[in-house]
Design a protein around this ligand. Sequence first.
Ligand code: RB5
Length: 154
Amino acid sequence: MKIAIGSDHAGTESKTRLVKRLTEAHHEVRDLGTNGPESVDYPDYAEAVGRAVSSGAADFGLLICGTGIGMCITANKVPGVRAAKCNDAFEARMCRAHNNANVLCLGERVLDAAVLDELVDVFLAEPFEGGRHERRVNKMNALDASTPGSSTES
Ligand code: RB5
């Protein structure tokens, strides 16, 4: 799988660990930063990962900040992105199965490292169920398509 990953300064520890884990699991990982301890602005990384996913350059995106909230709010402004902030394995599974989420947002200051890693594994493994959920996801995508300037179509 092609995975784009990004974090702000509050998520670099998790990002470094995830890049290693996912690369070892033979995923194609694109690390879009940040890679230092300096304070940075999470929207810059959320936009970069969101655009990688919406363009098709990546199958999925992973975003980590302190809470996951800022990343999620920002990523969802990129047309074609369906980002979910998850705190447990049930949410990570359901956002794929029912919402066809393509970006997972996580909070390094919220989750234990082992839980955070588990949520990534669950998210990447769970297929979209389709069926009645497809109709609902199409309605979300239609909002993107109706946004002036959006090139995304559902
Ligand atoms: C940075 O201090 C923090 O605000 C950021 O990582 C994130 O939690 C925002 O949603």
